[in-house]
Design a binder for this molecule. Structure first.
Ligand code: JCH
Length: 269
């Protein structure tokens, strides 16, 4: 996969040299190219921003440098275009599903903005010659799009064939103990078996694989009820077995008309 990033802060993307993404690049599985937006601003100050039409606070990124940069990276009428990803707090949510979709693409271009964002006409015009997605990595406000690019690139890169080792890639996220991406993962433990007087739950040392799977599933249900009740509300009766139902009931969650809902304050444990 090829990834181009156009930014006024290419040095902000230095983490792409490290760890999983850095190794994927070293292996030739990922070709990342960074581009300085200011190289396309030709006035003495290499200006990329201006005041907003209609007034208001802050500055807006000018269209000309962005258009020149995007044309240079992906010339119009030069073969299959890339997908353009524009991080913004107003975008569609970035999810694992979108990561999987992007991981199947041969070429992504990222346009992380600063200030109050990019002149709308750049996005609209790019949309006439390539698929454009404005994407939000979460409901909080960053100072610019570079960190969102790091998040998205890491989530996509780990899905590329050959990037993860055998042990890690065998763990398909959607079939992990929490199951079906409907539930959060439970807690994990490693040696030593006792640490600062705290024991690893004995079932994990039992060698009883059925009991371990059941315990992990119960922990996943408990953690999901605690941290992401919205995920439990999406569960359907087909997602749960008899024991799940009992665990959910103990957590205050019962089925009514094919959907689960909380009966009231959760029971303390
Ligand atoms: C960004 C900004 C608009 C602040 C400028 C470019 C993405 N999930 C997510 N949170 N924040 C971002 C993001 C991405 C790119 C840029 N800013 C600062 C932009 C605002 O309107 C309310 C506020 C933030």
């Amino acid at each position: 996969m090829r990834i181009d990033v156009v930014t006024i802060f290419p040095e902000y993307l230095a983490p792409l040299d490290v760890s999983l993404v850095g190794k994927a690049r070293a292996k030739g599985l990922l070709d990342v190219r960074l581009h300085q937006l200011r190289d396309q601003a030709h006035d003495v100050h290499r200006t990329v921003d201006d005041t907003p039409y209609g007034g208001g606070p802050g500055m807006v990124m000018k269209p000309e440098p962005w258009a020149a940069a995007l044309d240079a990276v992906a010339p119009p009428d030069a073969g299959p275009p890339p997908r353009l990803i524009v991080p913004t707090p107003s975008g569609r949510p970035f999810t694992q599903q979108l990561a999987v979709e992007l991981a199947a693409e041969p070429w992504l271009v990222f346009a992380p903005a600063r200030y109050e964002g990019i002149d709308r006409r750049v996005i609209d015009e790019a949309g006439t010659r390539m698929r454009v997605d404005e994407v939000s990595i979460g409901d909080y406000v960053l100072a610019g799009g570079e960190v969102a690019v790091l998040v998205i690139v890491e989530a996509v890169a780990r899905l590329l064939p050959g990037v993860l080792g055998n042990a890690e890639s065998a763990r398909d996220d959607s079939f992990a103990p929490g199951a079906m991406a409907n539930l959060l993962e439970g807690p994990v433990y490693t040696k030593p078996a006792v640490w600062r007087d705290r024991e690893v739950p004995s079932v994990l040392l039992s060698g009883n694989h059925g009991a371990i799977a059941r315990w992990r599933r119960d922990q996943a249900l408990r953690r999901t009820a605690q941290n992401r009740p919205d995920l439990l509300e999406r569960l359907t009766p087909e997602d749960v077995d008899k024991h799940d139902r009992a665990t959910l009931a103990a957590l205050g969650w019962t089925e009514r008309d094919g959907r689960f809902s909380s009966d009231g304050p959760p029971v303390a444990h």
